[in-house]
Write a protein that binds this ligand. Structure first.
Ligand SMILES: *[C@@H]1O[C@H](CO)[C@@H](O)[C@H](O)[C@H]1NC(C)=O
Ligand SMILES: *[C@@H]1O[C@H](CO)[C@@H](O)[C@H](O)[C@H]1NC(C)=O
Ligand SMILES: *[C@@H]1O[C@H](CO)[C@@H](O)[C@H](O)[C@H]1NC(C)=O
Length: 962
């Protein structure tokens, strides 16, 4: 432990000067046997073909076997039609030695079935129709699946013939041992063998050549020959060890040995997107939003790891993994979800025109010789569990994916406010004074965060008795004005016999085991630690129970949770995580479930918070690690970024990737976690962060303090203004998050989600939309004087949000960017709800009146929506909320209440700003005949209606007499 602490200290001290990740800690594809094997699969004629004799179908599914002409190995293919133009493609071994892991926790329930019809069948192919316009053709030899939207081929699986499904087998040396033992005990190998052992031994035989798939099929001894050979050999005579590819049965990385008791089990196949030149998704990578070609480097890697000071613009794995990809073509969008929780890689390669595959595609699609994206997916274990969504619009695809893996439930309103974090707020006096500092300097914030140092020696669910002797009083002080506290609760449990959590886990057999079945021990913040097996439901129940207020002392219902280090991070483990041969509940290896571990931790936490409030309050958890489906459990952030301009810039593509991949509640640490930002960088970061979904300032232990008031007056002023601006837009954010829960469309959007046919936007990741109304272009370079902003839409107007200066789309315009603000615009034709009274926290704004900003389009029209509820409870799920539809047309602005459940509120509208009016009206009257006062400014063409005093619960209208 002494040594370890020393290393930690040196490492932490080095933080200030560190510039890059220690790449040596993480594997490249070349250092990863299955990656090398899969990547070496050659395109061309696939050995796999469909066995038509085995075809079977039901009203919504089809089953058929696929056989390798090379190894005679058999796979079971299942195609299932799901609701909403989604096709489920599943490929598993027939009679596997050990059942392969199927990731189920990623799904939000059982997907709804739809009908699958066989429309035509011949000896060459089977034609199918599914879900409305979906069509698919299964080609028999070689095996391939082509998926069409109407007449257009949009996805092709195994068109390049890269399907490579490694069969489970018995290691040759083991087989000979088994054979010898059998020969010794029974005397000869034959049908007199006990049935089970016999079939176990023989099961692998026909497939044993899979490992050397480049060999000729005949180079492997046939089953009969092998049996004969075994019979004639003397039991004690060691068979000649055949050469095996290294890494099949054991693999070493640095000092770590992965024992691979089940041998090679990887699965891979190619998926092509005819017509699509852009693919997105597969977070988390610090790379551009439109994914890059990977031919000349490593593939994109999905393997949740704690990467210290990650590098930008490369395909290295980070903390989370969502194996979902969207492919965009001019006229449509498709999505695929590769539901596999093992280590996964994705290669991306643009087809070269004239290639075999490309001409094949053209033959099928009848299109021109257009290059398109071809991807190659492979995972170390599990099955091929592929969901194909055919859109056709980007919003259709996110809805289709959302109905599979779930959506983020509406968060409590406070969670959308500003969060103040640091490693660490040192003690309760520090907390007290930071809290007072925000009040004193009139800066709103909602949540103060406590990192690991608040605990008693890194024992989670406890408090340091010296630094935090009165946690409950501290919590009450902090939350009396409506603020919240978040405490960190990590999944590495200190191995300390006086720690109740550790004791419970030992007594109840709750920990993950090592390969030999002993409790796994790793090093993390507490020193020696073990890791609860969150795949065991009893463990999650126990974890959840620890959040009860009488169990987690010093907390109240205003204390929420941060699950960090849940990849899981293991300082002395291979690639800073858990060894793959560790064992989980159900007998699965860590290898099978790795990318899902973090999500399962959060599931337990969420349930704990729900239980402690008797399922009344919405939970809030922030997680660093995530998987497909994590969106159901709350927010994520992009981990330990660095205080430099490049990291500020990369936040946009990273958050867009998360947003389109189902995880909309995401953010990057404002200011940068490592190192000290200068005031310009910090200012620009607050300006950007205020317009990103999860808004939290955070800093490393060894950085200088950076509460906003510690800087010069101008910096303090601009940061304060940025945070306040965030608060004025909370009603809009809240409405967007409500709409996300309904539609799965993320609040933060790439431009092409609203303008799917505007090719200019397809690779754009320096600006984005919030909802369909607000366009944001953060400033991400030092000393920037002006930026080039792209305004999307045809005949569309965009109004700068403060001056209301108008810009016409489509096209680029140069916008000056003095330090006071970043370019933000509201689209003409929209109505955005705001609350403009400055308060200390969002909870103090609940009764404040609304301001509506109405920006007119060229026809003088505008529409908008507003969602209102109590901001914290789950009552909205029973209909206790109000929704308004606002509409301006023909000089009349009206509000229609579209839902009014049991929810009542005194909120009113006390200001309406109508922008884009070329002249002042002669008078304004409301629906009761009341004449309203207004002010018109000819320069900004803005009209301000003051104190119309409409209740949000009533229908009303105002008419402008022109
Ligand atoms: C088709 O499915 C039925 C019911 O599961 C089964 O009894 C039958 O053997 C299957 N046929 C084939 C050819 O696999
Ligand atoms: C709670 O607030 C009171 C009044 O400001 C202060 O005296 C006390 O020290 C605070 N307690 C803690 C634990 O922060
Ligand atoms: C606003 O309306 C409420 C009833 O809706 C009324 O009681 C109140 O006097 C009004 N205030 C003003 C300033 O008109």
């Amino acid at each position: 432990m002494g040594n370890w602490l020393l290393i930690l200290t040196i490492c932490a001290a080095a933080v200030q000067s560190c510039v890059a990740v220690d790449r040596g800690n993480f594997k490249t594809c070349d250092q990863n046997a299955f990656c090398k094997r899969q990547r070496a699969t050659q395109p061309g004629n696939s050995p796999w073909e469909i066995l038509l004799d085995s075809l079977n179908s039901t009203i919504s599914s089809l089953q058929v076997q696929v056989i390798s002409s090379r190894s005679q190995a058999r796979l079971q293919l299942q195609l299932i039609a799901l609701a909403d133009s989604t096709l489920h493609f599943e490929l598993d071994e027939v009679n596997p030695i050990k059942l392969r892991y199927r990731a189920q926790e990623s799904l939000s329930g059982s997907p709804q079935l739809s009908s699958l019809k066989i429309t035509e069948q011949s000896s060459d192919s089977i034609s199918l129709s599914f879900g409305g316009t979906g069509k698919a053709i299964l080609l028999v030899k070689p095996f391939r699946l082509d998926v069409y939207d109407g007449d257009q081929l949009v996805i092709s699986v195994n068109a390049r013939g890269l399907l490579n499904f490694e069969h489970q087998r018995v290691r040759k040396s083991k087989l000979w041992e088994a054979m010898s033992t059998v020969a010794q005990t029974v005397g000869s190998v034959g049908s007199s063998l006990p049935g089970k052992a016999y079939s176990w031994v023989l099961q692998w035989l026909p497939w044993s050549s899979e490992a050397g798939r480049n060999e000729e099929p005949s180079s492997e001894p046939a089953e009969e020959e092998m049996k004969a050979e075994a019979e004639t050999k003397h039991p004690d005579e060691k068979p000649v060890e055949e050469e095996e590819e290294p890494g099949l049965w054991e693999e070493t990385f640095k000092s770590h040995v992965d024992s691979k008791p089940y041998g090679p089990t990887s699965v891979g196949v190619d998926i092509s997107f005819p017509g699509s030149r852009h693919v997105y998704g597969i977070p988390e990578h610090a790379d551009t939003f439109a994914l890059k070609q990977t031919k000349n480097g490593d593939p994109y890697r999905l393997y949740n790891t704690d990467v210290f000071e990650y590098e930008l613009y490369n395909p290295m794995a980070l903390y989370g993994a969502v194996p979902f990809m969207m492919a965009k073509r001019q006229q449509g969008t498709v999505g695929i979800f590769w539901n596999n929780a093992a280590e996964t890689y994705v290669d991306i390669e643009e087809s070269s025109s004239g290639s075999v595959v490309s001409s094949l595609m053209n033959l099928v699609s009848g299109g021109g010789n257009e290059p398109h994206q071809q991807t190659h997916w492979f995972s170390e274990s599990g099955i091929i569990d592929l969901y194909i969504m055919i859109g056709p619009t980007p919003k259709d695809v996110v809805r289709q994916y959302g109905s599979l893996t779930g959506k983020t439930p509406l968060p409590q309103r406070f969670a959308l406010g500003y969060h103040q974090c640091r490693w660490n707020y040192n003690d309760q006096e520090d907390v007290h004074s930071v809290n007072k500092g925000f009040d004193l300097h009139d800066i709103p914030y909602d949540v103060l965060w406590l990192d690991i140092e608040h605990t008693d020696n890194k024992k989670y669910f406890t408090w340091d008795p010296v630094k935090f002797p009165d946690p409950l009083e501290m919590v009450h002080n902090l939350t009396a004005n409506g603020r919240k506290l978040v405490t960190i609760v990590d999944p590495h449990m200190k191995r300390d016999s006086s720690y109740f959590f550790h004791e419970h886990c030992e007594q109840n057999d709750f920990y993950v085991k090592d390969k030999s079945g002993k409790i796994y021990e790793g090093w993390c913040w507490p020193g020696s630690a073990s890791y609860p097996d969150f795949f065991n439901p009893a463990v999650r129940d126990y974890w959840a129970s620890r959040f009860a207020l009488d169990k987690y002392e010093g907390t109240s219902l205003d204390v929420y949770t941060w699950n960090d280090m849940n990849e899981p991070s293991v300082f002395n483990g291979p690639e800073v995580t858990m060894p793959k041969d560790c064992l989980h509940y159900g007998g699965y290896e860590h290898r099978d479930v790795h990318n899902m571990y973090g999500m399962m931790v959060v599931e337990g936490t969420i349930r704990g918070q729900l239980m402690r409030s008797d399922y009344k309050l919405r939970p809030f958890v922030l997680s660093r690690s995530f998987f497909a489906g994590s969106q159901r459990f709350g927010a994520v952030w992009t981990g330990d970024n660095i205080a430099d301009w490049e990291h500020l810039a990369i936040a946009v593509p990273m958050l867009l990737s998360l947003s389109v991949s189902g995880i909309p509640f995401c953010g990057a640490d404002v200011g940068g976690f490592f190192n000290n930002p200068n005031t310009e960088l910090l200012t620009r970061w607050y300006q950007a962060g205020a317009f990103q979904p999860f808004f939290r300032g955070h800093a490393h232990l060894h950085t200088k303090r950076r509460e906003p008031w510690l800087f010069d007056e101008q910096t303090n002023k601009i940061i304060k203004a940025s945070i306040k601006k965030r608060y004025t837009y909370l009603p809009y954010w809240y409405t967007l998050f409500y709409e996300h829960e309904k539609t799965a469309v993320p609040p933060m959007r790439p431009l092409w989600m609203e303008y799917p046919q505007d090719g200019e936007t397809f690779s754009m990741d320096n600006q984005y939309l919030l909802g369909d109304s607000i366009l944001v272009h953060p400033v991400v370079r030092s000393g920037e004087q002006e930026v080039s902003v792209y305004f999307p839409g045809v005949d569309t107007l965009w109004y700068e949000i403060e001056t209301f200066r108008v810009y016409e789309a489509p096209g680029y315009q140069t916008i000056p960017v003095a330090i006071e603000k970043i370019p933000i615009f509201q689209r003409g034709g929209t109505i955005v709800p705001k609350k403009e009274r400055a308060r200390r926290a969002s909870s103090l704004m609940t009764k404040d009146p609304y301001t509506f900003i109405v920006t007119l389009d060229k026809q003088g029209k505008a529409q908008g929506r507003l969602y209102i509820d109590d901001g914290q409870s789950l009552e909205y799920q029973k209909g206790s909320y109000i929704t308004l539809e606002l509409n301006m047309e023909g000089h009349t602005l009206s509000s229609k209440v579209t839902n009014q459940g049991a929810f009542e509120t005194p909120e009113s509208i006390d200001k309406i700003v109508i922008v884009g009016l070329s002249r002042a009206p002669s008078s304004i009257v409301d629906n009761t005949g009341r004449i309203l006062e207004y002010r018109y400014d000819a320069t900004s063409q803005a009209l301000v209606l003051r104190k119309p005093n409409f209740s949000v619960s009533n229908e009303w209208s105002v008419n402008l007499k022109m």
